[in-house]
Unconditional design. Sequence first.
Length: 115
Amino acid sequence: QVQLVESGGGLVQPGGSLRLSCAVSARFFSIYAMGWYRQAPGKQRELVAAFTSGGSTNYADSVKGRFTISKDNAKNTVYLQMNSLKPEDTAVYYCNMRGSITWPWGQGTQVTVSS
């Protein structure tokens, strides 16, 4: 059973930065196209950043230019660097495979952007 453990969230002021991490227990981690999702209260979970199967990256329009996804295959870890944070970025952030087939979801990490 693959486990996903997200960390790095917290309370940050508008304009601030956070770096999220997600440790993935999957074998052959490097072959998976990983993504970061978020779910705000009362809203559906949305994909905000992801790797494609070819290794390039895609971003939701709402975070483009502010968020950067990266990964360290040696550490089985995927990261999300979030800069210029806005109150509308407030959500629980999750990592998982990109696409309709996913592993069981982790607990997520709460990001709150507020002054």
